[in-house]
Design a protein around this ligand. Structure first.
Ligand code: BGC
Length: 479
């Protein structure tokens, strides 16, 4: 669409603001889809299990194949975005979301259902790399950082929306509608992205200078568009696109370990076990009806997650990354130990009159503590740091690698959670996540540097100096 077709907005905010708002809308849609497709399964799983008479293993497959698809999607998204352009890649992601939603909602057997889960996950993985990349390239420098936190906030809003849909539809058990509804934001994403101009940086990279100029003039306007395109061109020719092997070279290794560690710890401390299986967990804890379970999920998980993410967005630049991570891990450990202990020691049966059991009450409070602690720390801080610790040349691929590792870890946890509960019990499973939090705490304390208030170049410099001090000087290949 040309801006001319949107006169009221344009008149209200000016052309520049209009495109920035549209860009924010793309990022929000991608994040909401990510969150919705992750969150919705908690309410849908009961109905799916009843329809197809699923074993524990098959419940895990149905739940976790979204993350498997996302792992593959994240790995190839960078290449797709380079080859076909940022907007076309996002359109493909939107089509995949919609297609996957249709497949899931019409599935007459588990094969089609699982295929649908994988396709949706693939879209999630592609969008999780392409949307922040597109935003970073399109946004003016001053607002760039805010898009990472906006994305995380959008993920939590997506999870909340899924929890609301689950709560509304839980009594009728309409899992097909729950899963099918994500077609709406999927189609919306396709249409919105089709209106958006391509990233000028990508256009310059592929030698389409005139179109790059037109795109920049349209979205940011201002004086000397040609000069700015020249600057992008110089930048593009001075920074060679790294190859995959460069991501693993010794000079990057320290940053890579930090990125991979953050990605893994974000998952093995249990977040998606809680998000995907929250209704099941509340069921174990004595919330007997699906309505009670979805309502508890809506409040303790969905709402608290969104609210606490706001805290992180406000504080991440004031308090720094390390304090938030460390404080969050203490809160998460406390919540997990309380959940474990309540399963171990408290009475699971509802008190007379069918009210909620003691385990239920303690679990609810402990879940709130756990989710809030995650949402102001590991949730947003991990993504912020993964996007800032790598040198310019390898950033794209290194971020995609860490994102894929994150999905891999999410897959392992979501594919084994129910079996783990069957094998060792709820209490031990949650205590195991608590142990992972303690290990994460020690690791963050010892290994993760503070990046607050440092420019990307200063962070890059710090790694290089650290490397140089430790071993023979090694530099990144340039030019
Ligand atoms: C994680 C997701 C998680 C979400 C919960 C994100 O930072 O990467 O795996 O589901 O937070 O809010």
């Amino acid at each position: 669409m040309d801006t001319d077709t949107a006169p009221p907005l344009r008149m209200l905010f000016g052309r520049w603001r209009f495109w920035l708002a549209m860009l924010a809308f793309v990022v929000i849609l991608a994040g909401v889809l990510f969150g919705y497709d992750q969150g919705v399964i908690s309410g849908a799983l009961g109905g799916i299990t009843a329809t197809f008479n699923l074993s524990t293993f098959m419940q895990e497959v149905v739940t976790s194949w979204v993350t498997l698809g996302a792992l593959v999607g994240a790995l190839i998204a960078g290449g797709m975005a380079d080859k076909y352009g940022r907007t076309r890649t996002l359109v493909i992601a939107g089509v995949l979301f919609a297609l996957g939603a249709v497949l899931q909602s019409v599935a007459q057997g588990t094969g089609v259902l699982i295929a649908g889960r994988f396709v949706v996950g693939f879209g999630v993985g592609v969008a999780s790399v392409a949307a922040p990349l597109y935003a970073a390239e399109m946004a003016p420098t001053a607002t760039r950082g805010r898009f990472v936190s906006t994305y995380q906030l959008a993920i939590t809003i997506g999870i909340l929306l899924a929890d609301i849909v689950d709560a509304v539809l839980s009594s009728s058990g309409q899992w097909r509608l729950m899963l099918g509804l994500s077609i709406v934001p999927g189609v919306l994403l396709v249409f919105v992205v089709l209106m958006m101009p391509e990233s000028p940086r990508w256009l310059v990279k592929v030698g389409r200078r005139d179109e790059a100029k037109a795109s920049l003039a349209k979205t940011q306007g201002g004086a000397d568009v040609g000069g700015r395109i020249d600057a992008i061109e110089r930048d593009a020719s001075s920074t060679t696109q790294a190859a995959w092997k460069d991501v693993f070279m010794p000079a990057i290794r320290k940053a890579l370990w930090v990125g991979v560690g953050l990605a893994v710890f974000q998952q093995i401390t249990g977040i998606n076990a809680v998000i995907y299986y929250s209704d099941e967990i509340f069921k174990f804890a004595g919330f007997t009806t699906p309505q009670q379970q979805t309502r508890a999920t809506l409040i303790a998980i969905g709402l608290v997650n969104v609210l606490a993410t706001f805290i992180a967005v406000a504080w991440v630049d004031r308090f720094g990354r390390r304090p938030l991570l460390l404080a969050g891990l203490i809160g998460m450990t406390t919540g997990l130990v309380a959940i474990g202990a309540s399963f171990l020691f408290l009475d699971k049966n509802p008190s007379s009159g069918g009210g909620t059991s003691m385990v239920g009450v303690v679990t609810l409070v402990a879940m709130i503590v756990y989710i809030a602690s995650f949402a102001f720390s590991l949730g947003p801080v991990v993504w912020t740091m993964i996007n800032e610790i790598f040198p310019n040349q390898v950033r794209g691929k290194a971020v995609a690698f860490c994102t894929a590792i994150n999905w891999g870890a999410a897959f392992l946890v979501s594919a084994s959670f129910l079996s783990l509960v069957d094998a060792i019990g709820e209490a031990t499973t949650f205590l195991l996540f608590a142990v992972a939090c303690v290990v994460a705490f020690v690791w963050v304390w010892r290994r993760v540097p503070e990046t607050k208030g440092k420019s990307l170049e200063e962070i890059e410099q710090a790694w290089t100096e650290h490397e140089a001090a430790q071993a023979a000087p090694r530099t990144l290949p340039v030019g």
